[in-house]
Design a binder for this molecule. Structure first.
Ligand SMILES: *Cc1c(COP(=O)(O)O)cnc(C)c1O
Length: 366
């Protein structure tokens, strides 16, 4: 059925399914590198497999856009950065995914482009930088400081023809935030995180409503061999069917945990856009349909934070985020993240019962 009449929750369920009588309800895991030719020589690195196309169809239907799938979130990031013309200019946030910062910095060192980094919430600087940049890369809420940037103002800003505004929407997902509706050219997500949602795959995806950008991104993925495998595409599709439920449960619990952590004597600061005293709360309330499953909080120093991460029993001490199981880690230990407060712990809230999560956190904090 035509999913454009459906709510996002339903689109997640019906998208990318076979419809012919006798087909299985789910697109099978099609493991193939090549296909019998009719003169057009389809090859899985270019055309993908039925499983990859089905996964792209779900994401595309969710955002009324063309989705291109990649083998990881970073492959998606690299595809977007490949759009920058020689000696072009790139603007990225000061607080963003460390891989994005590394790609930007390495390209600048190689003389490929110039990079400016701006504070996520410095809206005036973003709006004026947008006028002269070739790639404006935005991320809100930011990772891991949960700073909320003004996506509305940036999307409405004056830009030069041919420039690209791309938004890393991994934390929010299209259920909480739709950058393309506001005027961004490309939305990007690591499907390793909330889309997949089960810590069992690596994947990335871009969405765009521009045929030209979609063709260029797809060409890059094909030429650079960034096409995902069939199993990953299947798992991502399977995961997305329940995204709405997982997100709803996770963000309900995140709100409760944020408030309780804020009241805990061992915690010096909690960053969660849903807290009324969060500096970006009003903007988040206007811009997002939900405050998300991610929060960060600080303990007095790095040693205490490391001990707390060792002391948890239910929550997993692991990197990454957006899964059914809650995970947490101290972020200043990550290469490229040394600027963060040493006692900062990033918590990704999963779908366990909130009282079990709180019991675990409180025992580890004491
Ligand atoms: C994880 C992540 C990425 C990179 O995705 P991978 O799938 O790990 O390559 C990019 N941006 C954000 C916000 C992320 O959390």
């Amino acid at each position: 059925m035509d999913s454009s009449e459906l709510q996002p929750e339903s689109r997640l369920v019906v998208g990318g399914r076979p419809s012919a009588v006798g087909s299985p309800l789910n697109t099978p895991i099609e493991v193939a590198s090549t296909f019998i030719s009719d003169g057009d020589s389809p090859y899985a690195r270019g055309e993908g497999t039925a499983t990859v196309r089905s996964y792209e169809a779900v994401v595309g239907a969710l955002e009324d856009a063309e989705a291109v799938a990649y083998a990881s979130g970073m492959a998606a990031v690299a595809a977007v950065f490949s759009l920058v013309p020689p000696a072009g200019s790139v603007v990225i946030p000061d607080d963003c995914y460390q891989g994005v910062a590394a790609i930007a910095a390495e390209g600048a060192e190689a003389g490929r482009w110039s990079v400016r980094r701006l504070a996520t919430d410095d809206t005036g600087s973003w709006v004026s930088a947008a006028a002269g940049a070739d790639l404006i890369w935005f991320e809100t809420p930011s990772n891991p400081l949960l700073v909320v940037g003004d996506l509305h103002a940036l999307a409405a800003a004056e830009r030069r023809p041919g420039s690209v505004l791309a938004v890393d929407n991994t934390f929010a997902t299209p259920l909480n935030q739709r950058p393309l509706d506001l005027g961004a050219d490309i939305a990007m997500q690591s499907s390793t995180k909330l889309l997949g949602g089960h810590s069992d795959l690596l994947g990335g995806v871009t969405t765009t409503r521009s045929d030209d950008l979609a063709a260029r991104l797809r060409h890059h993925a094909m030429l650079h061999g960034a096409t995902p495998g069939a199993l990953e595409a299947y798992l991502a599709t399977r995961g997305m069917r329940t995204l709405a439920l997982r997100l709803a449960q996770g963000q309900r619990s995140a709100a409760v945990l944020a408030e309780r952590l804020q009241a805990h004597p061992a915690v010096t600061i909690v960053r969660y856009p849903g807290l009324v005293d969060h500096p970006g709360h009003e903007r988040a309330a206007a811009q997002l349909d939900g405050f998300g499953t991610m929060l960060s909080f600080d303990l007095v120093d790095g040693e205490t934070a490391a001990k707390t991460c060792q002391g948890i029993r239910l929550i997993r001490h692991a990197t990454s985020l957006g899964s059914v199981e809650s995970t947490m880690e101290r972020r200043a230990q990550i290469p490229g993240q040394e600027h963060l407060p040493p006692g900062l712990i990033r918590l990704s809230v999963g779908i366990e019962h909130v009282e079990d999560l709180w019991a675990d956190l409180s025992q580890a904090l004491t």
